[in-house]
Design a protein around this ligand. Structure first.
Ligand code: GDG
Length: 487
């Protein structure tokens, strides 16, 4: 057996940043994971992002230095059922407390387990006995249990990038008992916040899956599963430098010029119902109506790249938010002032950092969010001598660390409007004080520290306790997943 530090790392995630043409568009999370993979050599495994008619069962491989990228194609049916279906129409809404949006389709659930089985079968062919496996996110919850069925005895950890809700909400998931018990195949399960970890452990306890041996430890038969909070961070130094350099960025300069002497409020979010965009535009509207002196003195730019456009709930939301932005501009705007600039386009990393830096307010008001990296990036991008103010939803995981932001309830649009007025009038001393405290928190928990912390915990799991997983399914009578890989 290799010493822990030399064991190869295997990262599994739905999308894999396979290097293309030397271009480097990677975000902080990707860079941190690549850094961890480089340390001991590694394999990054997942979906290619492609759907084809007859995918080969074997992964396509790309070598880059000591990292191997291995990806599988999906069929259109796999994509519809596993990704657009169960992952994004059942798991995503339930984990974001949106039970009204949950779609329960038996064939999508079957597709989710089928794709997990196929991915496990393909990954198993690439594994070495000493590999440490780190699985990411809700697309792959049952992956470890599928690997165990194939005889895999490696250490396997799982990190959930989204929230985990309490039992009353989580139990709206179809095949809840089966999904929950499949977590038992992991040696370590990580969440962004202690609240998520606690919710998860309560779910196990209520379903009589194993027994809790205290916070952070759960025994399922003779298997010991650790549960912990590992709040993801950002690379603040790199981000801060990029923001400072971006003052010269052409788009940033043009935007600054177009604002005249107006203050800028910025929001940056994937187009998703969890981000609270409708409520946010409404809050901005409340602010203008209650503070007429600010008319024509402030501009709100909302950068919102489209996402998951093939999921029906997202198409409808796209229309609604665009209509609301248009309606707000029509009712509040002037011939020479567009209050809301709503942009459905991706902006380059550097320009984004520069736009954060020139903003007086970062408006980050998700209705629910596992962490929210935009909140952290906004803080890291500020000028120390004249920092902008972060207005942050109390329902974002980031609020645990960034409690010196102005914390708001995003459903209370009038209160959010009042928070905007307060932020615009905040004295410079208070702005600096709040910013310095938030920077301290961010510095003490960078994305590299997050990565290292999770892997240290996973590597410290005793080998004897791995591989003893027996799947429980006491509660449901869902059929076992088909043994054949997807076509
Ligand atoms: C999930 C969880 C958790 C956005 N627009 C542009 C752009 N972005 C970048 C931001 C930021 C990232 O995308 C978004 O990260 P978030 O954390 O805000 O949100 P999710 O995508 O929902 O991520 C979340 C996260 O996983 C990590 O664990 O925090 O809670 O939901 O980095 O900067 N980047 C560029 N142009 C854009 O237009 N370049």
């Amino acid at each position: 057996m290799c010493p822990a530090s030399q064991q190869r790392l295997v990262v599994v995630s739905n999308r894999v940043p396979v290097p293309k043409d030397g271009s480097n568009k990677a975000g902080g999370l990707t860079v941190a994971l690549e850094g961890a993979l480089k340390q001991s050599g590694g394999l990054w495994f997942g979906w290619s992002g492609e759907t084809v008619e007859n995918p080969p069962g074997e992964a396509k491989m790309v070598q880059s230095g000591n990292i191997t990228f291995a990806v599988l194609d999906l069929t259109k049916q796999d994509y519809d059922e596993y990704y657009a279906g169960f992952a994004n129409r059942a798991l995503w809404p339930v984990c974001h407390y949106r039970l009204d949006l949950v779609q329960i389709e038996r064939h999508e659930l079957d597709g989710y387990f089928r794709v997990n089985h196929a991915f496990a079968a393909s990954l198993a062919l690439l594994l070495r006995p000493d590999d440490v496996i780190w699985v990411h996110d809700y697309h792959f919850i049952p992956l470890a249990s599928e690997l165990r069925k194939l005889g895999c005895k490696n250490r396997i950890g799982f990190f959930l990038h989204i929230l985990w809700p309490p039992p009353d909400v989580a139990s709206a998931l179809p095949a809840y008992g089966r999904l929950l018990s499949s977590f038992g195949a992991y040696d370590l399960v990580g969440f962004h916040t202690p609240q998520d970890a606690e919710n998860f452990q309560q779910c196990l306890t209520r379903e009589n899956i194993g027994s809790s041996v205290g916070p952070g430890e759960h025994h399922i038969d003779s298997h010991r599963m650790r549960i912990g909070a590992f709040p993801v961070g950002i690379d603040i130094d790199t981000f801060g430098k990029m923001a400072a350099a971006a003052e010269d960025n052409a788009l940033v300069r043009r935007t600054l010029k177009s604002l005249g002497d107006r203050d800028l409020i910025i929001g940056v979010d994937r187009l998703d119902y969890s981000k609270g965009l409708k409520q946010r535009i409404e809050a901005f509207s409340c602010f203008i109506k209650s503070n007429p002196d600010f008319r024509n003195h402030v501009t709100y730019i909302q950068i919102t790249p489209k996402s998951r456009s093939d999921v029906p709930e997202y198409q409808q939301m796209q229309r609604e938010i665009a209509e609301q932005a248009g309606w707000t501009n029509g009712s509040l705007g002037e011939v020479d002032w567009t209050p809301v600039r709503y942009v459905n386009r991706t902006v380059g990393h550097s320009a984004l950092a520069g736009l954060y830096r020139m903003s007086r307010i970062g408006l980050v008001t998700p209705l629910r969010d596992g962490m929210n990296l935009v909140a952290k990036e906004f803080v890291a991008a500020q000028r120390p001598e004249d920092p902008g103010v972060l207005i942050l939803s109390r329902f974002a995981g980031a609020a645990h660390e960034l409690d010196c932001a102005i914390l708001v309830n995003p459903y209370d649009t009038e209160a959010c409007g009042a928070a905007i007025a307060r932020a615009l009038q905040m004295p410079i001393e208070e702005r600096r004080e709040r910013w310095a405290t938030m920077m301290e928190r961010l510095r003490s928990n960078t994305v590299q520290a997050w990565c290292q912390g999770f892997l240290d915990s996973l590597r410290s799991v005793s080998v004897e306790s791995t591989g003893l997983f027996i799947e429980h399914d006491t509660r449901t009578n869902w059929s076992v997943p088909p043994e054949t890989p997807s076509p």
